[in-house]
Design a protein around this ligand. Structure first.
Ligand code: 5GP
Ligand code: MN
Length: 333
């Protein structure tokens, strides 16, 4: 989107929000730091403007985000009261809200706030910028347009979103704008040390044990350009870990030198496998995830695919190998 289009969409979003009394906010299934930070920050801001707000998430927040203001007010079911406007953050399609989809689809007005390159536009207003490192950056811009004074609670939520989606300001999506906004959020009261400690340094024993199991399953592939690991349902039972305890494991795989793609395969209920993919930029993993029914960003994407662990792993790794071979050929030629 060019600047004029961004301004126009933002103005339309502001007009819709200002004319509403009640708003449903939603985000994707298995919410991460950006999903939660964007939703909770926006919720506080809208409540500050006198609106009634529902914080909707099909899945609960992982424990490491319980400290975020308003995280205890998340609900997996729409409230009994109606709303004029729905705002869905960090979702590259309305289906990403999972079982809440129909609750959002029947609202009179819907706003899509997202930063995925794979965004399939939904709703009547799209605030979509694939150049933003986090949906929280876009929310911050919207709050400015709404004339919201960012207080410490709002700032903490949005800072958590940017911190996690930039991998602590280390990933390739980190821009001057990400750092500028983060700096303004800190000036508004977000505490970088405290937020980082709560998200990254209070891992449970079970989650750390699960990480250990994943690391024993490391397997190099395609001349070590691909590093992958698998976790079975049995691993969760053995360690006592929960599904959200897989967060962060992929970062250990992507930190291996020389690797171009990292892949984590996690067996989940119903003969399905959760796949997380990370790229060093030489291949677009969002494209790959999209072909398996998922989505994401060029360097970080995911999907849930049907089949056994081995079947899904073989299919996905074959796709990764062929993308890497094509990229090697095009660089050689
Ligand atoms: P992760 O591997 O951390 O679960 O996800 C990495 C990125 O891919 C995130 O931006 C996330 O939103 C996106 N992603 C992960 N799984 C899915 C999926 O099943 N569908 C879609 N559309 N995006 C996904
Ligand atoms: Mn995000």
């Amino acid at each position: 989107m060019n600047e004029t289009m961004v301004t126009r969409s933002r103005n339309r979003a502001v007009a819709l929000i200002q004319s509403s009394k009640a708003v449903y906010l939603g985000t994707h299934v298995r919410p991460d730091g950006d999903a939660l930070g964007s939703l909770l920050g926006l919720a506080l801001a809208l409540e500050g403007q006198g609106k009634r707000v529902a914080r909707l998430s099909a899945d609960p927040a992982p424990q490491s985000y319980w400290f975020l203001p308003g995280a205890d007010g998340l609900s997996c079911e729409p409230p009994e009261w109606p709303a004029e406007v729905g705002i869905v953050v960090d979702c590259d399609g309305l289906t990403r809200v999972g079982p809440l989809e129909s609750a959002f689809a029947r609202l009179p007005h819907l706003i899509d706030i997202d930063h995925h390159g794979t965004d399939q536009a939904f709703g009547e207003v799209q605030l979509v910028d694939s150049g933003a490192a986090a949906a929280a950056e876009i929310v911050y811009g919207l709050l400015g347009a709404l004339g919201v004074q960012t207080d410490a609670a709002i700032a903490s939520c949005l800072y958590a979103g940017i911190l996690t989606d930039t991998g602590r300001f280390c990933y390739g999506n980190t821009t001057a704008e990400s750092l500028r906004i983060a700096s303004e959020l800190v000036a508004a009261g977000a505490e970088p040390h405290d937020i980082a400690r709560r998200i990254y340094e209070e891992r449970s024993f079970a989650a750390t044990h699960l990480l250990g199991v994943a690391l024993t399953r490391l397997s190099p592939n395609h001349d070590s350009e691909i590093v992958s690991a698998m976790l079975t349902r049995r691993d969760f039972a053995d360690t006592g870990a929960t599904p959200s305890d897989t967060e962060g494991i992929i970062d250990h795989l992507r930190s291996i030198g020389g690797r171009r793609v990292a892949a984590l395969f996690v067996e989940v209920e119903g003969e399905q496998v959760r796949v997380s993919l990370r790229s060093d930029g030489s291949v677009d993993v969002a494209e790959m995830a999209l072909s398996f029914g998922g989505g994401g960003h060029a360097m970080a994407a995911g999907c849930t695919a049907p089949g056994s662990l081995e079947e899904v792993r073989d299919r996905v790794l074959a796709a990764v190998r062929s993308a890497l071979s094509r990229s090697n050929c095009s660089h050689a030629g």
